[in-house]
Design a binder for this molecule. Structure first.
Ligand code: FAD
Ligand code: FES
Length: 321
């Protein structure tokens, strides 16, 4: 048994008071993978102990911040930390990119949430991560390897410069297929090309896990469907409370309504209505654009945005990217 027997530990770890004893949700490490992707290692021993592969947290970065769901991309029970990998896509994730530095604290974190990924007794598994999805698929991949499965990793990036965690993946993969859209390294093409290659080489794949943009997960599910390979995807619908109360994260699976936060985030990829998911993700595009513009204007007035972006660029240059 790799993890304590509880199928799901629901821990609500919230702090709003930094003066209470040990530092809570302190950012103890940060790494910038690119101008838009950054890693935060957050200290919280209880959260690190409770976290399981496939689970997520809801983060509020400051006292007036909104709640955003982020996958637990890694956890270290000995160090008492959890790792989040974030892509700066809108107001909150960009604000966090600017403000979350080593030594600062997140205002509140709730989790771990969601049903952990079922790590079954499979012999051969393919774990697919596309772009940012590479980070959240890592805990599953490691758990399958630790359980004795033959693990094939397939990771996809737009270009060579955006690759991260290659060594981490190599440590746990029996085979690793790297795909780049522009062919700058590895196989040229989308992750589905890597999945096809794995299927050509191995006729005995038991399961495939795919995490990434909905269009990528849909393409992976369509690639495995004719071969009847069990395909699990991790869905990212818009979430608000994360407790099954607000209904914001409704997804259609096998013709039935499910809630991504409490019934997922993992679902059978062959049964997910991805078109419905993608259209629901676009519901608030106007409001999101306005919120970002308003925040950027505030930043310009207080000239805060430039130093943050140049810090990310400097860190990338220092890393030789
Ligand atoms: C279970 C789950 C796990 C996730 N894990 C990660 C992760 O590990 N790393 C990461 O970078 N992102 C992750 N996301 C997506 C992340 O939550 C959104 O990118 C973030 O909320 C965007 O907020 P914003 O204000 O920066 O951008 P906004 O401009 O508000 O939104 C940009 C886009 O993000 C999506 N989004 C907006 N609000 C939410 C919300 N409350 N919940 C979900 N999606 C939203 C929408 O598609 C929207 O068009 C995850 C989402 C879910 C549901
Ligand atoms: S986020 Fe509200 S029901 Fe899932």
């Amino acid at each position: 048994m790799l993890y304590p027997p509880a199928a799901q530990v629901c821990l609500c770890a919230i702090t709003t008071d930094a003066s209470e004893g040990e530092p809570m949700f302190e950012i103890v490490a940060r790494q910038d993978f690119s101008d838009v992707t950054y890693l935060l290692e957050v200290s919280h021993p209880t959260l690190a102990k409770a976290a399981r592969p496939g689970q997520f947290v809801i983060v509020i970065s400051h006292d007036r911040g909104e709640r955003i769901p982020l996958t637990i991309a890694d956890f270290d029970r000995e160090k008492g930390t959890v790792t989040l990998v974030v892509q700066a896509v809108g107001k909150t994730t960009r604000q966090m990119q600017q403000d979350c530095k080593v030594g600062t604290k997140l205002f509140a974190v709730v989790g771990p949430m969601g049903i952990p990924t079922h790590i079954g007794d499979v012999k051969k598994v393919v774990c697919v991560g596309g772009g940012l999805g590479v980070a959240p698929v890592f805990p599953q991949l490691r758990a399958f390897k630790q359980k004795g499965a033959y693990v094939i990793g397939v990771v996809g990036f737009r270009t060579k410069d955006l690759i991260f965690w290659e060594d981490k993946f190599r440590n746990y993969c029996d085979e690793l297929i790297i795909c780049t859209d522009d062919g700058s390294t590895g196989m040229k093409g989308l992750v589905t090309e890597g999945v096809k290659l794995a299927m050509e080489k191995h006729s005995d794949i038991d399961e495939l896990i795919a995490i990434g943009p909905p269009i990528m997960m849909k393409a992976c599910a369509e690639t495995t469907r004719p071969h009847r390979i069990k395909t699990i995807v991790s869905l990212n619908p818009i979430m608000v409370d994360g407790t099954g109360m607000c209904g914001g994260c409704r997804v259609r699976v096998d013709g039935k309504m499910k809630f991504g936060c409490v019934d997922g985030p993992d679902f059978d990829g062959h049964k997910v209505d991805f078109d419905d998911l993608m259209s629901r993700l676009r519901r608030f595009v106007g409001e999101e654009k306005l919120a970002l513009e308003k925040w950027q204007e505030e930043c310009r007035l207080t000239s805060k945005i430039e130093p943050a972006l140049s810090a990310a660029t400097a860190s990338k240059r220092a890393a030789g990217a």
